[in-house]
Design a protein around this ligand. Structure first.
Ligand code: AFP
Length: 343
């Protein structure tokens, strides 16, 4: 069976010993084009992905120069979640809205930073349009200490018949694509369009995301849990029982405090990432529409599991744009170990 890489590289004669490391040089752009042809997707959809990739390059560049350009620190204002807004939160939000706003296929954008979705083109004009939801800068409180932060996005089809609200409030099973960008020691973009999970790394010297792993699979097991253990005493009993069990089994703890960084590690190395309900946050802290849903689609596409406690995250019927859900996601066996203690 020929792979996407074969399709793109078929006409290129490669020397037997490549001068450049890496067997194939496939950019995100060419990958998307090949995928579009393979799955008979529309060009509209590819344009949206290219807007997301452009935004990621902008944000990545800003991030690398943040200290030099004096755009670290908070703005002295709270966002709609009641959380301190960082200057880079606002810049990243603007970059995404401007890049996506220029694509005719985007009907609505909804961001963690804005109370209401922005309705750009509610009419369809005979074209399939999309809703793009995002957290522009997840984990932004890590910025001042040079920790990993990221952008998370989820794409839904714009439902032409219903109201804009109906279009936005669709369950995660309806996502047509999801992904994140991790601005870490390198800038990594991880994407699914419902046909596996693929990983790209930004090559700053050529300004392009290069494919580094196709059909990424999450390990089935991994003796690592990732959660804010400082909240342990206010977790429901089942989570505390799980921690007792895991510690008895010699598990390690890893927690960056930024969902993108923690999920990325879990995806590559295995283990489980959790944000349980707490006394202060009875539904957990993470947002369904632009954090839990896109990460769940990626993890499931990679062969893992993503649960709220009593069901799949992707099946939660959304009620509001900014609603929160408990999150348990990662390696299939590790999620099962948690669920066994919650039952
Ligand atoms: P910030 O964007 O305010 O830094 O929050 C990050 C986040 O939403 C998510 O990325 C983390 O997993 C989670 O919060 C960490 O929350 P705790 O600080 O309560 O552990």
């Amino acid at each position: 069976m020929s792979s996407t890489i074969d399709i793109i590289e078929a006409n290129i004669d490669m020397p037997e010993t490549p001068l450049i490391r890496g067997e194939n040089l496939v950019t995100l752009q060419s990958f998307i084009l090949a995928e579009t042809r393979r799955h008979q997707a529309t060009g509209t959809f590819s344009w949206i992905l290219s807007a997301l990739s452009l935004s990621a390059k902008f944000i990545s560049n800003k991030m690398r120069r943040a200290r030099l350009e004096n755009v670290l620190g908070d703005l002295g204002a709270d966002n709609v979640q009641g959380e301190r807004q960082q200057k880079l939160d606002v810049i990243s939000n603007e970059v995404l809205i401007r890049c996506l706003g220029s694509r005719s296929g985007v009907a609505i954008v909804a961001s963690e930073e804005d109370e209401e979705p922005t309705i750009l083109r509610p009419e369809t004009d005979g074209e399939q349009r999309y809703v793009v939801l995002f957290d522009p800068l997840d984990g932004s409180s890590n910025l001042d200490v040079c920790g990993g932060v990221g952008t998370i996005f989820s794409i839904l089809r714009h439902d032409q018949g219903g109201s804009p609200e109906d279009s936005v409030l669709q369950p995660g099973t309806k996502q047509v694509a999801a992904g994140y960008v991790l601005y870490g020691s390198s800038t990594v973009l991880v994407l699914t369009t419902g046909h596996g999970v693929h990983m790209f790394v930004l090559d700053p010297s050529v300004g392009a995301f290069m494919l580094v792993e196709q059909d990424l699979r999450i390990p089935t097991t991994g003796k690592t849990y990732s959660l804010n253990e400082g909240n342990r005493k206010s977790f429901p009993q089942g989570y505390q029982d799980y921690l007792d069990w895991a510690q008895g089994q010699g598990y390690s703890a890893r927690y960056a405090g930024a969902m993108v960084a923690d999920v990325h590690r879990t995806l590559l190395k295995g283990g489980v990432f959790l944000y349980p309900p707490t006394t202060k946050a009875p539904n957990g802290k993470l947002r369904l529409m632009y954090e839990a849903n896109p990460m769940s689609m990626l993890v499931e596409q990679a062969g893992g599991k993503a649960w709220v406690g009593d069901g799949r995250i992707l099946e939660v019927e959304p009620e509001t744009l900014h609603q929160r859900v408990p999150v348990i996601l990662g390696s299939a066996d590790e999620v099962d170990h948690v669920l066994a203690r919650l039952r």
